[in-house]
Design a protein around this ligand. Sequence first.
Ligand code: MGD
Ligand code: MGD
Ligand code: SF4
Ligand code: MO
Length: 731
Amino acid sequence: MSEIKKAACHFCHMNCGMLATVENGAVTKVVGDPEHPFNAGAQCPRGASALDHLNHPNRINYPLKRVGERGSGQFKRVSWEEALDDIAARLTVLKEQHGAETIATTGGTNRTDDFARRRFFNLLGSPNVVHTAPVCWIPTFLTEASSYGWCASEPEIAGAKCIVFWGHNPGSSYLPEMRGLLAAKANGAKIIVVDPNFTESASKADIWLPLKPGSDNALGLAWLNVIINEGLCDYDFVYNWTEGFEELSDRVQEYTPEWAAEKTGLSPELIIETARMYAMSKPACIVWGVAADQLGRGSAASAQTRVALRIICGNLDVPGGDVMPGPHPTFITDWEMELNDMLPEEQRAKQLGSDRFKLNSWPGYKLLTENMLRVWGKSIPAEWFCEANPSSLFRAMATGDPYPVKACITLANNPLVSYANSKLVYEGLKNLDFYVVMEYWMTPSAMLADYVLPAAGWLERPVMTTTYGVSDWLIASEKAIEPMYERKSDTDFWAELGHRMGQGEYWPWKSDEEIFKYRIDPIGLEVDSYEEFVQCYRMHFAERDYRKFETRGVATASGKIELKISLFEQLGYDPLPHYVEPPFSAEAKPELAKEYPVTLVAGGGFMPFFHSEHREITRIRLLRPYPRVAINPALAQKMNIQEGEWVWIETPIGKVKQTAFITTAVAPNVIQAERGWWFPEKEMKAPSLMGVFESNINVCVDDDPDTLDELCGSFCSRGVMCRISKVEGND
Ligand SMILES: Nc1nc2c(c(=O)[nH]1)N[C@H]1C(S)=C(S)[C@@H](COP(=O)(O)OP(=O)(O)OC[C@H]3O[C@@H](n4cnc5c(=O)[nH]c(N)nc54)[C@H](O)[C@@H]3O)O[C@H]1N2
Ligand SMILES: Nc1nc2c(c(=O)[nH]1)N[C@H]1C(S)=C(S)[C@@H](COP(=O)(O)OP(=O)(O)OC[C@H]3O[C@@H](n4cnc5c(=O)[nH]c(N)nc54)[C@H](O)[C@@H]3O)O[C@H]1N2
Ligand code: SF4
Ligand SMILES: [Mo]
């Protein structure tokens, strides 16, 4: 018997609709769903490899327990009962002896266990939940939320007259979104791309602004200067709805286009022309990418400029502008599922890094939540928005300062590759008393674990996505088959561990489907089961409302849209847009400029990979067998480097090698290295750990606390000082 199941690809954030054919309990075919609005039947190479992922011989299919030394690669198969009983017993002892805060967790990007991890940790009593939040979206979101009470995360580019893609390249990182860009362009919208490199998206732009890596803050300030001084603001909007315009006007006077030209490498004329283009096209959108969150110190300050631009030009929450969704009104959101109130105040205070990086942790979250509850009746989830700082966590693991971290559960994350300063992360993980990883594969990080647990993939479990829990829409998919072998869904893992640790009453559901049904019920669609919801509706969009600041008010302390952000002031930060020197510029570190004369961009999504994933899948790997670093022909010639040759990339903290890709897409003094590299085919034990220190660019990316964003603790991967040299002989 053959059946078609409505699945959703979870190999990137687009969650394209997929149709999975199931025959006799096995998935035999996966194709793009022609009726799905996101992908309209298309599949990228990752989506097309769904069956390879499902059936791959390297997949972890049973719980594994370490039997040799940590990192020796020796594991034995155990039952789930044995693994969960032992994990629960060990965590209970650690909590009793050292306190719940000594147990931490790390997670990956936009996965499926969203609320469950946080619920478990709140009930456990530990505030030390970590994701790559500080470098992925969160500084911008939280700056926006502080200024106008939510994030304007839904740019309506179809109706916009001008669209600014700011450090964002859908041409590599959100393929289906590229259709929107092309359609908007065909519709006559002007496209501005702010990116040091000539990307797929830049190739479609009316104006490409190739600024120096890390100089976004200066460009934003100069745009504000031009728009304010040329009187191009939406004054009705500014006077009726905002606070702080006078102070903003005074503040930006010093940031002239000439001043910014020196910082950005762009001409003053181009800065002025593009500022006018953005301000004079109404409505307009700023679609931002995570480049702007990865500037290190100054990431949130750079977000402040984009926030102010959107406000003074009247593009906030208007049709064709940057729409602010707010929470879904009836669906039970992640925030409602997390049980944040269960985490005692004294445990919140122990959140690592929250004394210094206050916006993305309990101090900021508490204030934001108070404001949001007043206007929306719901807050943003603590997951991603209220976290321990990753660098503080790994330092605490490695050094015991301010207190030792004894145990960690890593789920859907490859810390050795994803966070800055991989060698420090390694020291930290090696130092743990107890480490648990739930994974598809034996990754370098999983090699260090005491238990490695088998995770079910998107064909084996239902998925419901609400964009980190903050969109007013949701998309849902059903599982095609039951999990193969002994794989489990991530949520099942948290629930089953919770049951063993005295949390039973808080985990009343028996399956992911039951949880999702419980959460969609208040929408009132009258479906008998979650599967019926997926078959009949598959997604739900709350009714779209614009200019909600008029009807609902604004979730800030003043009740106004704040150009001068009072919440920043409350936390002790500068409330107005201002300049922060990038942490690795020649001005910031003149002593290093001579030795490390090249600027490294250590990031940017690229096809066919998603972060550190898919290196095992042959037909994907064949598309890009080795890591590549983009080098301008002039620099390559100077360094005597030929196309395809191995090249050392070196910063003061580390050295890795990648192969040369010689291209004029990068400027002569800039290189762009790929991220996420390790080699599943290499030796599966320490110290090699599948070559994780050979080409993984985060070996070279620093996380010195003084270089991190002051508000959110983001590390800098865009604009790092480095030097390159040809790899000689058998180096
Ligand atoms: N230098 C530099 N560093 C960066 C970035 C950069 O641009 N430059 N980008 C940053 C960004 S934006 C992000 S989001 C992070 C990404 O960081 P991660 O999320 O850690 O990256 P991935 O490699 O996608 O995922 C890690 C692991 O999760 C496993 N996995 C995937 N899905 C699931 C699942 O559903 N359940 C379970 N149990 N396991 C799963 C995968 O097999 C993989 O081994 O990296 C950040 N790090
Ligand atoms: N193929 C693929 N797709 C992905 C991912 C992946 O790993 N691979 N990861 C997913 C995730 S978790 C995320 S967060 C998104 C991220 O996707 P995006 O938001 O598009 O961000 P990035 O791809 O990291 O970087 C975007 C652009 O920033 C440019 N850039 C580098 N330095 C600077 C700078 O200093 N200023 C400016 N303005 N631009 C700069 C790079 O050249 C790059 O083109 O992609 C998602 N999609
Ligand atoms: S773009 Fe590719 S990886 Fe992303 S959801 Fe669609 S098919 Fe999957
Ligand atoms: Mo991300």
